[in-house]
Design a protein around this ligand. Structure first.
Ligand SMILES: Cc1ncc(COP(=O)(O)O)c(C=O)c1O
Length: 391
């Protein structure tokens, strides 16, 4: 592993070096496969970080996007949008909540959630969030993300957040005071390494919010839109949050974010109190309307089934370098024992034609598209096992 190519982009371009980029450019995508400029094929087990759930160039998404772009591709939110209304109706129906606001990304959805809780709180403003949480990079959502390494150099943070260990009910109960207005939480911590809380965690949070007149804000940016085998991951616990934030998979790769909130919260959001120029862009919304229709019960069940299959097969390898395999549906983390570096493994897999993600130094994240087949899982397992055996 010593003579591997560095991951960072060469600094000969005008691009800001805020990303570690692999030296591969994908120029084409088809289903669960990506192709580089030399036409090398890669099995996509990342889906653009939990985004292209239905793969690349899905015919129905492609058709809807093409049709919309042929007609009109931006009008602003000063005018009516039947596409937005239809999509909002679908999201409201499936979440059991009343109102939807569209933006462009996960961080924006969480900014809106922070603002809406403050408006509803009418003076109360403290939000309890989890250590290790990730809610985005803009200042409000960054401040909600309980990770010092993300904050360094960007102080002062937005005030009004209290951080508690994830999956710790007592810590939440102990941190509630007269100013607390909400609990904001990921159903599974994605960026921190696919951390799945104990069963009943979200149910307990719902009870705590009810007993203390707090809003429960569930960040489903990564876990939502079918990724875990339910439309929204909180549905595994059969609870109803007050606010749900969405992005990533909602439009299968076109930039769109959404916040779904209860009517009780929506009442506080009057014209002029929040907005976005691009939010709910007609092309992204056209894609999202197809995504919602594609996310049938059968597809959700399939995701759950395929996720279980991958986990079982990974555990079956029983490799001494694998410390843990965890996750729900098609959101799976593989944690390695020290000193294996997850980024090194991801790079070898990439060279072998498989795209995966990483979290920190030890965890590989696999987020395959929902169209993944048994054969593709076998292909992944073969390449992955071979890679591990050669470490
Ligand atoms: C749970 C969660 N919330 C928010 C975000 C931020 O989303 P975006 O990058 O679209 O701003 C992410 C991105 O990884 C996420 O995983």
């Amino acid at each position: 592993m010593s003579n591997q190519k560095p991951l960072q982009l060469e600094t000969t371009t005008a691009l800001l070096s805020n990303y570690f980029r692999y030296k591969v450019e994908f120029v084409k995508g088809e289903g669960a496969y990506l192709f580089d400029s030399s036409d090398k094929e890669y099995l996509d087990f990342l889906s653009g970080i939990a985004v292209t759930g239905f793969g690349n160039r899905h015919p129905k998404v492609l058709k809807a996007v093409r049709e919309q772009i042929e007609n009109v591709w931006h009008t602003s939110n000063l005018f009516q949008s039947s596409g937005q209304e239809i999509l909002a109706g679908k999201l409201a129906e499936h979440s059991g909540l009343g109102s939807v606001f569209f933006c462009n990304s996960g961080t924006e959805a969480n900014e809106a959630a922070i603002k809406f809780t403050r408006k509803w709180g009418n003076g109360r403003s403290t939000i309890i969030t989890a250590l290790g949480g990730f809610h985005g990079r803009t200042l409000g959502s960054l401040s909600a993300s309980g990770q010092y390494k993300l904050w360094e150099g960007f102080f002062p943070l937005t005030p009004g957040f209290v951080y508690v260990p994830y999956d710790d009910i007592e810590a939440i109960e102990n941190s509630i005071n007269h100013d607390t207005v909400a609990i904001m939480i990921e159903p599974i911590q994605g960026e921190s390494g696919i951390i799945v809380p104990s069963e009943g965690y979200l149910r307990r949070l719902r009870e705590i919010c009810d007993n203390n007149n707090l809003l429960l804000v569930v960040d489903e940016v990564q876990t939502g839109m079918g990724r875990t085998g339910k439309l929204f991951a909180h549905q595994w616990e059969e609870i109803k949050p007050d606010i749900i934030t969405l992005a990533k998979g909602i439009a299968n790769g076109l930039p769109l974010g959404a916040i779904i909130c209860s009517n009780e919260v929506a009442e506080y959001i009057t014209p002029g109190s929040h907005g976005s120029t691009f939010g709910g862009n007609p092309v992204a919304v056209a894609a999202a309307n197809v995504v919602m229709d594609l996310l049938t019960e059968d597809v959700l069940f399939y995701n759950s089934l395929m996720g279980k299959k991958i986990k079982v097969e990974l555990k079956h390898i029983n490799h001494p370098l694998i410390k843990d395999v965890r996750g729900k549906g098609l959101m799976i983390g593989i944690e390695f024992c020290e000193p294996v570096n997850a980024k090194d493994v991801a790079l070898i897999l990439l060279e072998e034609g498989v795209v995966v993600g990483t979290s920190g130094d030890r965890v590989i994240r696999i987020l395959p598209p929902f169209i993944i087949t048994d054969e593709e899982i076998t292909k992944f397992m073969n390449i992955f096992t071979l890679t591990l055996n050669n470490l």
